[in-house]
Write a protein that binds this ligand. Structure first.
Ligand code: NAP
Length: 488
């Protein structure tokens, strides 16, 4: 990739607000700078929406609502299918935008773009399978008819770590269900989503169905929408504290909510595990997206018999990864998204080492420019190390040991989070027993990757509720209506 390619992709990205099928500047004229985390340099300025702009976006979503809900499901699905194809036609450009604004390597960005597109393909197929039921009442005096209808205008709020996929995972089912929406991307990474919005318009999405507002202050544009009775649903992906705030705000108008929140995934390795597979899975579960993923393995609990070997082999793999600017040839680990994120990783590693942890590999932040942190393995952690309880969101693997299955489960479940857990064992009974006993919405059994558009992604406890993807994904955007039918 040359600087020319960078500039071309950056110049092609729209930077305005997308409201009612038109690109506009913010009504206050403000803009926000988007930076390259690999250099710290500014890339482009995008519009800084005002509350009035956000309400104009809701006006457009509300106006488009009835027409879009009445559009034949096949047509809604066809828009998604065309957008799926168009994303693949623009995969290099979209991946480059993701890398430039978020930091991860181009290879990772391409994987994200393809993953983002898959949600459109999946939900294009789901659009025509929105079913109801018809049943006899137990007394046989009535017939019970149910139908499923779009919930109405939605607010979709997405984080910076997967700037495209976290959006398409919401837009896909909303479009398929017949909902209209206002989407607010994270201010750190709006460019790829703005370009995707343009691609959706070119694919035939009618005006007003998808409106996108970028803003320096998230709450300044989301709060007026949540207070407006025309909004019917919020789907949020982000941190648990912000999720809690949005739940409180959503209670006023009793909004439907989907909450995809933080994680603290345990990665369990039993003595009987296939160690080659466990190490390979650990690299994926830890290093995907530079560790900046809600499903990243946050802590490794390894049974005593294989702990030393596992630690040595994981450290060997992580220390061999090439760290560099995401858009440079051969980079495997890019920078973290900004200085705050890098400083948080430094703080958690320092806390762990101050409490006695040993750095097996890495453990430092190379000098700038850019917000890099070297892939790191820590062992010998004390129980009160913060990194075992807090989401590190970076390339750091803390390893602790356990003796028995019961101890492993106690460690794994000893967190307020409940998104995903990984388990490596070759014993069938244990696989099922442990999978059942884990307090999480998802389990990776002998795999380090659970994300799949055809599967219900989501958590329990402080990791939220609601499911994205799979058969369940579209249900988040549908209300069930029951009609009592008299046969008398
Ligand atoms: P975040 O700070 O909660 O932000 C997420 C989104 O919410 C951004 O668009 C942000 O806008 C917006 N936001 C922030 N404060 C808000 C407020 N008061 N009202 C309304 N919107 C607000 O999270 P993040 O740091 O971007 O993302 C990392 C977190 O997301 C991690 O905890 C990770 O585990 C979680 N995550 C979860 C999943 C999942 O599926 N469970 C997937 C990916 C990430 P600005 O950024 O523009 O301020």
């Amino acid at each position: 990739m040359t600087r020319d390619d960078w500039n071309k992709a950056l110049q092609a990205a729209p930077t305005g607000l997308y409201i009612d099928g038109e690109w506009r500047e913010a009504s206050g004229g403000g803009t926000i700078a988007v930076h390259d985390p690999g250099t710290g340099e500014p890339l482009r300025e995008v519009a800084d929406a005002t509350p009035a702009d956000a309400l104009a976006a809701l006006d457009a979503a509300e106006a488009a609502g009835p027409g879009w809900a009445a559009t034949p499901p096949r047509e809604r699905g066809e828009v998604l299918r065309r957008a799926y194809q168009a994303i693949h036609d623009h995969i290099d450009e979209l991946a480059l935008l993701c890398t430039l604004e978020m930091g991860k390597s181009l290879a990772e960005s391409k994987t994200e773009v393809a993953y983002a597109a898959e949600f459109y393909r999946w939900f294009a197929e789901e659009a025509v399978r929105i079913e109801g039921t018809f049943a006899r009442s137990p007394s046989n005096n009535d017939r019970l008819l149910t139908m499923r209808q779009p919930v109405g205008p939605c607010l979709l709020i997405t984080p910076w770590n997967f700037p495209l996929a976290m959006g398409s995972r919401k837009i896909g089912p909303a479009v398929a269900a017949g909902c209209t929406m206002v989407l607010k991307p994270a201010k750190l990474t709006p460019l790829s989503m703005l370009r995707l919005t343009e691609i959706m318009a070119d694919a035939g999405l009618p005006k007003g169905v998808l409106n996108v507002v970028t803003s320096r202050s998230a709450s300044a544009v989301t709060k007026p929408l949540m207070d407006d009775p025309r909004l019917r649903k919020v789907s949020f992906t982000g941190s648990t504290p912000v999720g809690r705030t949005l739940m409180e705000q959503g209670s006023r108008n009793l909004l439907r909510l989907s909450m995809e929140l933080g994680g603290n995934a345990p990665f369990l390795v039993f003595d009987d595990a296939d160690l080659d597979a466990a190490v390979a899975g650990a690299v994926v579960a830890k290093m995907r997206n530079n560790g900046e993923s809600c499903v990243a393995a946050n802590r490794f609990h390894v049974q005593e018999g294989v702990a030393e070997e596992f630690t040595r082999r994981l450290a060997e793999k992580l220390s061999a990864l090439k760290v560099g600017h995401g858009a440079e040839e051969g980079t495997q680990v890019g920078p973290l998204v900004d200085a705050d994120q890098r400083d948080k990783v430094v703080e958690l590693v320092t806390d762990a080492t101050d409490k006695g942890a040993k750095v097996v590999t890495g453990g430092d932040a190379p000098d700038g420019p850019g917000f890099f942190y070297r892939p790191t393995v820590l062992s010998g952690l004390s129980e009160d190390a913060r990194i075992l309880r807090e989401e590190v969101f970076g390339p750091v693997a803390p390893i602790t040991t356990f003796g028995t299955e019961a101890e492993a489960l106690e460690l794994a479940n000893g967190t307020e989070f409940g998104l995903v857990a990984y388990v490596y064992t070759r014993e069938l009974n244990r696989s099922l027993r442990v999978s059942e006993a884990l307090d999480t919405g998802m389990v990776g059994l002998n795999t380090g990757l659970v994300s799949n558009p055809a599967a219900p992604f989501g958590g329990i406890k402080a990791s939220g509720f609601g499911r994205e993807g799979g058969r369940d994904g579209i249900a988040e955007y549908l209300n069930t209506k029951y009609v009592a039918v008299s046969t008398g």
